[in-house]
Design a protein around this ligand. Sequence first.
Ligand code: IPE
Ligand code: IPE
Ligand code: MG
Length: 235
Amino acid sequence: MPKHIAIIMDGNGRWATQQNKPRTAGHKAGVDALRSTIEVCASYHVEVLTVFAFSSENWGRPATEVKILMDLFMLTLKRQAKRLDKNNIRLKIIGDTSKFSLTLQKKIKDVEELTADNSGLLLVIAANYGGQWDIEQASLRMIEYASAEKLALTDLKISDFLSTAGMPDPDLFIRTGGEQRISNFLLWQIAYSELYFTTTLWPDFNKEELDLAIKHYSSRQRRFGKTSEQINEST
Ligand code: IPE
Ligand code: IPE
Ligand code: MG
């Protein structure tokens, strides 16, 4: 079982278009798919689930779609906060949240605080997130920290300053919707993740689909640069 699963939830718009519905309907259905994925991951005792909800490039979409996505994010946080807490799930948002409305920023902070002491699944939502932004902000903070603490940069590690500091790197990376690209999601962190791409559109993603991805993951031999023989010897 992977400890950390990272998912690019792609294909909401195409799902809606296929059903002659507005793209919004796809995003709403996407929230339902996320809810059930969270439940399955929690039941499998996955430690961390990181999902890409809004990229730093998604601001380039039509203003109406951006607004709908922001409203949906707010509404979902409002509606799901208690349930997340009841299920012992800890929520963390990664990304440059300073670009969000003050009410949304406050809501994010409130839900993070509400769930901060939970010991079950860590749910990480990447919102206004970009992998390149993350490496940049980590580098800048590391330099500042080194100078404030009078430490050598060579004694510090970038991974301790990334927004995912303290979490294990993703073991399994999933992208739905058929595209085989990273779209500026976690860049540093997926260095050794097993990659799984499916043409299933995100709103159709379910337990069976997740099981397929996990099965694919468990059939891989992770060598981390070593030889097969070395891995076989040590297991
Ligand atoms: C992913 O689905 C959700 C977000 C990017 C917010 P899309 O909206 O990208 O759906 P497609 O790729 O257009 O089908
Ligand atoms: C990636 O999907 C971002 C999210 C799922 C939030 P996009 O639909 O934005 O990616 P591209 O544009 O196809 O690369
Ligand atoms: Mg897309």
